[in-house]
Ligand binder design. Sequence first.
Ligand code: SF4
Length: 245
Amino acid sequence: EYKKKTKKDTSHSKPQKTSYLTFFPYEHFRRDQERIIKQIEKASVEKKNSLLAAPNGTGKTIIALSAILPLAFKKNLKILYLCRTHSQNTRIIKELTKISTHLRYSDINIKVNGLSIRGRNEMCLNEVLLSLKLNPRESMAVCSDLRKNRSCKFFLNLIKKRDQYDNLINIAPEIFNKPVDAEDLIKFCMDKKLCPYFLSKFLLKDMKLIICNYQWLFNPFIRKFKFLSFNRIIKKKLIRFPENI
Ligand code: SF4
């Protein structure tokens, strides 16, 4: 049986030391899950790579998250989780949300947040840029011109917010202190007339888990112009966890 821990379960309340048991949000482990989690946790501590190939339904995502979150918190690291599709990104956010809810219900004072991010063309709200249907390189140039000319209201609104808040999480702490899917961040920005692309960029430094597609790491153009600039913003070491290569 694979059910969530109940609200009354406080068996891991206020732990001195975290382990995979602190983060695992379900009542029972599926077959082999605990053994694999322990192996990945040990390998991560020893700075070794792990390769997990298992059929659907094994619970690979929760295995990975439960195994590496203790180390990420202990060493103050960020986790970069790479997926193939947007729907996989959303699944990671859903599992992370279960962990976040479990920690809150179990009275464990650890906040797990995370953000799935997308490219400029998929997040931009500016009608001019969208109407041009450009490739990513061209979009970057047009976006830059729009910002320089102060012609993008979404970016100007965001900069105003950034001047008002010392931490942009405080624009909507009830949303950004928890795992957020790119889709939800875009909806929030449509409502508030803010640029989702730059908001996600500004929020990265405060996110424990960053979820994006492989191409952010493997495509040389994106790596040069996007991933590395994100990496500079993050200014922290990363644990990289690719899924379904
Ligand atoms: S600043 Fe944001 S909303 Fe404006 S053009 Fe660039 S990506 Fe689009």
